[in-house]
Design a protein around this ligand. Sequence first.
Ligand code: HMG
Length: 390
Amino acid sequence: MKSSISGFYKHTVEERQSIIKKLADLTDAEQNILKNFGYFNPDELDAYTENVIGSFQLPFSLATNFLINENEYLIPMVTEEPSIVAAASNAARFARKYGGFRCEPVKSIMIGQIQIVKIEEEQIIEISQFINFEKKKLLDLANSCDEKLISLGGGARDIIVRQIKTIKGPMVILHVLIDVLDAMGANAVNTMVEALANYLEDKIPGMIMLKIISNLSIHRMAKCSAIFDTEMLGGPEIVSNIMNAYAFAQADPFRATTHNKGIMNGISALALATGNDTRALEAGAHAFASYNSKTGSYSSLSKYWVDHQGRLCGELELPMPIATIGNIIQNHPMTRIAFKILQVSKAEELAQIAVAVGLAQNIAALRALASEGIQKGHMKLHNKKLGNKS
Ligand code: HMG
């Protein structure tokens, strides 16, 4: 089959379907599946992205039992993987006895980066002095790009000057800190850093290159903790085994990757259900697992310890650029239902829910791994989905 199809995007969705039917030799039944757009019409879907030929459905589920900052939540999740929703619902029960998940306030500050290259070591101070001297003017200029954000109380807050050593010599990296409120913020941030770069171009030494958001959003952190019921976990021996599992993830990047994948099972499922950017969340989480590591390499995002009463305590902290406003978030019929079920309108509250879901997902997997093994629960549900009762 040829893949070089110039102007594929210029066709209507129906025309693209006819082209692909011929190219991939689709049957009439397969063509009919492509023509089923569910609650969308083809033009709506075509407006979201490019070269659309159909609609792709996944299960929309609810995890139960979540008590977060004393509020009850049903958690919408979109995932294809059996046992994720059951595991989250199961683990949310373990935390209820001691008040559920407690989450800290979350600021919505994103970082926009401006890269300055072709500089000598001695020019770094010159750039730094210029930025500090002109900071108010620069922040005002950035803020003039987004009157709506400013009117709602957000906007550029600070500019930090960093130096890095690279294979192409020293570089200065400006970090523009921007409060994006309830948005994910990529558009606001990218617009502001491009405007600042234009202004700075002939005023500082060197050459300005990239101007782009950073997904390692260390100023938009979500943090939660919980105490888990020992009996529900399976007793003190299981608690001790869970601590061994945690120590393994903390010390070994091979294990930490899977441990953190388990955390993101829940967070990405919630992010998809609410129309959020799962790639930004995943990238930020995994980068933070290295950036924040006390061991010097990629490590566990969560922490566990046993308190003086022998109870297992857990904590999770990670960047959380999750939003409650944005095109898909506000306009997709399923995300609108997700937000109605969640009863959430502020990004801060959604970030707190997301980090709690991540911790629940993690303790569910650790409990299973430290007791009967993952396959029993996972395969029970996997087989059930396949209609196989054996
Ligand atoms: P169980 O003890 O057999 O469950 O656990 P149960 O029948 O006693 O029910 C307890 C609760 O679990 C229920 O409470 C439900 O909340 C929930 P109830 O509603 O009865 O009051 N529950 C379900 N919810 C929805 N549908 C169901 C269902 N069954 C129970 N069918 C369970 C069974 C699967 C929950 C347990 O074995 C478990 O939590 N396993 C962990 C599974 C897991 O973590 N899966 C993630 C995918 S594997 C992976 O990718 C990540 C990993 O690699 C990460 C890592 O390595 O760290 C593991």
